[in-house]
Design a protein around this ligand. Structure first.
Ligand SMILES: O=C(O)CCC(=O)C(=O)O
Ligand SMILES: [Fe+2]
Length: 227
C-alpha cells in the first residue's frame, strides 16, 4: 500500500486534530485500569476484557447475521481474496445499537458524532481481511469524498463478539502482535502517532478463520462530524 501521507513533504491533513484526539484518548485510558496497553512503542493499542456481556454479544451477532453481505474494500482490491468476510452496518438508530456505541464513546471520551456507524463483520472458515491501514491514503480514489464527510480516521474501536475455535486473530503485522478473539473484548488503537501523523505501524489483518465463525464489529472515529 502507498504511504503517501508520510511521503508528502507538505502539510498532513487533519494533523492537529489527530494529535489532539490521540492525546485525549491516551490520557483517558492511562487513568483507566480496565484498559491494558499492548507492549509496543510503535503504535498505541489497548485491549479491554469483557467490555460487552455475553448476552449483548449474542444479540449483536444476531443483528450481524441480519445485515451481513459480502464485504467491500474501498479500493485496491487488486486481489479477490483481500477482504472475504461478510459485513453490514447495523441500524444506527436502534436504541440497543445506540447504547452499544455510546459505551465506547464514553470509554474513549470521544464525541459520538465523530463515530461512523458500527459495522458488523462475520468471517467463515478461510475468510480473512488482509493487512491494511484503517486511515485513508491520500492518493486513493475515495480521499476527497472521505475528507468531506468527517476527515481522517483517528481511532479504531473493534469488539470481538465470540471466541473463535481456531484462527481469526487480529495481527498487527509491523509490530508483531497477535490478539486472540475473546467474547466481549474491545480492542482500540490510535491510527496516528503522537505527532498526529498517520502511523504505518498500525498495519493489521484479520487472519483467516480456521475453525468456527468469527463475529466482530468496528467503530471508526473521524476528526470531525461524520455523516
Ligand atoms: O477482523 C479483524 O480482526 C480486523 C478487522 C479490521 O481490520 C477492520 O474492521 O478494520
Ligand atoms: Fe482494519
Amino acid at each position: 500500500m502507498a504511504d503517501t501521507n508520510t511521503r508528502h513533504s507538505g502539510k498532513i491533513p487533519d494533523q492537529g486534530a489527530l494529535r489532539a484526539v490521540g492525546k485525549r484518548v491516551r490520557e483517558r485510558l492511562a487513568d483507566n485500569p480496565a484498559a491494558y496497553k499492548l507492549p509496543t512503542d510503535r503504535a498505541e493499542i489497548w485491549a479491554v476484557g469483557a467490555f460487552y456481556s455475553p448476552a449483548e454479544c449474542e444479540r449483536l451477532r444476531d443483528m450481524i447475521d441480519g445485515v451481513a453481505r459480502p464485504s467491500s474494500v474501498y479500493e485496491g482490491a487488486e486481489d479477490d481474496d483481500y477482504r472475504t468476510s461478510s459485513s453490514g452496518d447495523v441500524d444506527r438508530d436502534d436504541p440497543f445499537v445506540r447504547k452499544i456505541s455510546r459505551r465506547i464513546d464514553d470509554f474513549l471520551g470521544l464525541d459520538s458524532g465523530w463515530g461512523e456507524a458500527i459495522q458488523g463483520q462475520r468471517y467463515l472458515p478461510g475468510q480473512q481481511f488482509k493487512p491494511h491501514h484503517d486511515w485513508f491514503h491520500q492518493d486513493s480514489s475515495y480521499w476527497d469524498r472521505e475528507m468531506a464527510r468527517g476527515g481522517q480516521r483517528c481511532i479504531t474501536a473493534m469488539a470481538f463478539l465470540n471466541d473463535v475455535e481456531e484462527g481469526g486473530t487480529t495481527d498487527f503485522t509491523e509490530v508483531g502482535l497477535s490478539v486472540t478473539p475473546q467474547t466481549g473484548a474491545l480492542l482500540v488503537w490510535n491510527n496516528a502517532d503522537a505527532d498526529g501523523v498517520p502511523n504505518l505501524d498500525t498495519m493489521h489483518a484479520g487472519t483467516p478463520v480456521i475453525r468456527g465463525v468469527k463475529y466482530i464489529f468496528t467503530r471508526w472515529y473521524r476528526t470531525r462530524d461524520w455523516n
